[in-house]
Design a protein around this ligand. Sequence first.
Ligand code: HEC
Length: 151
Amino acid sequence: MNKTFFAAAIFLIAALCTPFAAQAQFAKGEDAIKYRQSALQLMGSHFGRMQPVMKGQIPYDKAAIAANIAILNEVSKLPWAAFGAGTEGGDAKDDIWLDPEGFKKAQDKLTISLKALTAASDAGNFDNLRVAYGEVGASCKACHKAFRKDN
Ligand code: HEC
């Protein structure tokens, strides 16, 4: 094995071992704040647009809701890596950095409620879907109450 090959192999192994979240590097704290606020905006949009269906104002289209929930599942993974050390600010309360475990638990609550929402959507039962939607909303609210300013 020559040296170049060896170095390339080490580099590849290191790259493969780097978790995705660790790649979310930001040059400045304010870049991280902008990034997470953008991701949270997308979450808000893809969560909020389902409300008229849940309220019975427009008919339940199983495929459209499932497609939207798939996007919500993806975007809901994005904000959290942008709350690293030195990124205090925006509407984020300092408690995020004082109580990282509590903040992580609030993220887990969202993940769990989104799993239930996805399952209800896959099953296509509208009543269950509405209950699961309410649970997701409650997990958004719980985190905002604890960790977002003016909530
Ligand atoms: C684990 C905690 C947590 C959860 C869960 C959470 N949020 Fe938030 N959210 C925050 C924090 C913290 C901020 C403020 C971020 C900042 O300004 O840096 C925020 C801000 C926002 C914003 C404003 C973004 C902006 O433009 O400044 C929206 C919209 C939003 N959240 C929607 C949602 C929705 C919808 C859900 C549920 C589907 C949700 N959030 C779940 C913590 C959370």
